[in-house]
Design a binder for this molecule. Structure first.
Ligand code: ZN
Length: 112
């Protein structure tokens, strides 16, 4: 996908094939955001992929007797010797790489 925004060596920028005189004032903010987006070098598929990597996924307790937990994204099962993913320092699923949501900390000092 070719870029819609050009940038000159002196830092000036604009929309290819359109003079600033033809562009309504109300569109400047949107074009500025488009310029920033295009300068990242990413395409929409890259952005979706990155957003997915930052999403938090839950690990749930599947087998209490054997202390087995399951990734809510890839479904992989993992057995801990003791405790769960948070206590064992698992920030990411070792099978799919997604961020693990440890959930909100319970605050025992707060009145019920
Ligand atoms: Zn996973």
């Amino acid at each position: 996908m070719s870029k819609l925004i050009y940038r000159e060596p002196n830092g000036n920028w604009g929309v290819k094939g359109v003079s600033w005189a033809e562009i309504p004032d109300g569109l400047y903010g949107a074009l500025y955001k488009l310029k920033d987006y295009e300068e990242t070098g990413l395409n929409p598929a890259h952005v979706k992929e990155l957003a997915g990597c930052c999403r938090l996924i839950d690990w749930t307790y599947q087998d209490v007797e054997h202390n087995v937990w399951q990734c809510g994204h890839c479904g992989a099962l993992h057995r801990f010797e003791a405790d769960g993913p948070e206590e064992n320092g698992f920030s990411f699923c070792p099978y799919c790489g997604m961020n693990i949501d440890w959930g909100e900390e319970e605050d025992d000092d707060e009145p019920a």
